[in-house]
Design a protein around this ligand. Structure first.
Ligand code: NAP
Length: 297
């Protein structure tokens, strides 16, 4: 079997067309665009790159972006005050704090400061708490898990009753995507660094979400034939043959997996395009929620 390799870009493009129409409708109704405020602390090159990509993606769909760039030694007060300024700014409807923050900062306190109506990245403890509770609806979802669910729906994967294995339990990917899969009636197993016999769980899995952060860690031989794999991992590896000297690979070894699985997301360009798109989509939703008016039907 040769797997379907899933490109997230066309799926994201379709959503962005709708987002651009909605942003235009907001602008027409209110005379200014929906706005995303970003707080970036420090000079981590990957974080800076993600923030640049988000700004460009906003520009393309007609959403304004406002960045607070703080030095790596910024104090807790500095960061919380940047968040509060964005909370108070009527032009800003969604707020993203780029994670991870430098170690000396208390991430939870920073995220708690985001006004929950502006929590377009679904990072506020109240939104995460609602996600975890049966019958409660968060205002916003964490962007990467929301993007993963969009891909699974686009593929037409039947989640109800499916065995889903999530590898990783981070606050931004593993834990929330496991909750979303459970909400979609999958039977969910969460594996992590202390899990014994990971391969036994994977052998039963109809759907695998790999969010480990280890290049090519999961071998195709561990996977159930025909399963669907969402490879979230984005791992930089040396590649002297490429112009830059490096490239990105996923957590799943594509070469061995492609002969076994039914479908697998590519890295890069699988989940990544959806992550940014979901953030901007939720910013536009936040704008209409806060100011009123209606999106394009
Ligand atoms: P993280 O916070 O480092 O979490 C990694 C998780 O993997 C942890 O729960 C850890 O377990 C688990 N783990 C580590 N080694 C393991 C092993 N040998 N077997 C099973 N589980 C193991 O990472 P993250 O923020 O979730 O990100 C994961 C990956 O996704 C990274 O490559 C990141 O760059 C990528 N990512 C991509 C996007 C995107 O939009 N494409 C967005 C976010 C993240 P413990 O909890 O026991 O330590």
């Amino acid at each position: 079997m040769t797997a379907q390799i899933i490109d997230g870009n066309p799926i994201a493009e379709r959503l962005r067309d709708q987002i651009a129409r909605d942003a235009q409708a907001f602008q027409a109704q209110h005379g200014y665009p929906p706005g995303l405020g970003v707080v970036l602390v420090g000079d981590d090159p990957a974080s800076q790159m993600y923030v640049r990509m988000k700004r460009r993606a906003c520009e393309r769909v007609g959403v304004a972006s406002y960045a607070h760039l703080l030095p790596s030694d910024a104090s807790q007060d500095d960061v919380e005050s940047a968040v509060r300024q964005l909370n108070d700014d009527p032009k800003v409807h969604g707020i993203l704090v780029q994670l991870p923050l430098p170690k000396h900062l208390d991430e939870e306190r920073v995220l708690q400061n985001i006004r929950v109506e502006k929590d377009a990245d679904g990072a506020h403890p109240l939104n995460i708490g609602r996600l975890a509770m049966k019958g409660r609806t968060p205002l916003f979802l964490p962007a990467t898990p929301a993007g993963i669910m969009v891909i699974l729906r686009d593929l037409g994967v039947e989640l109800s009753g499916a065995n889903a294995v999530v590898i990783g339990r981070s606050n931004i990917v593993g834990m929330p995507v496991a909750l979303l899969l459970m909400e979609a009636n999958a039977t969910v197993t969460i594996c992590h660094s202390r899990t014994k016999n990971l391969q036994d769980y994977l052998a039963q899995a109809d759907v695998v979400i790999a969010a480990v952060g280890r290049p090519n860690y999961v071998n195709g031989a561990w996977l159930k034939p025909g399963c669907t794999v969402i490879d979230v991992g984005t791992n930089k590896v040396d590649d002297p043959s490429s112009e830059k000297g490096y490239r990105y690979v996923g957590d799943v070894d594509l070469e061995s997996a492609r002969e076994v699985v039914g479908a697998i997301t590519q890295v890069p360009g699988g989940v990544g395009p959806l992550t940014i798109t979901m953030l901007i989509q939720q910013t536009v939703k936040a704008a209409f929620n806060q100011v009123g008016g209606s999106a394009v039907q």
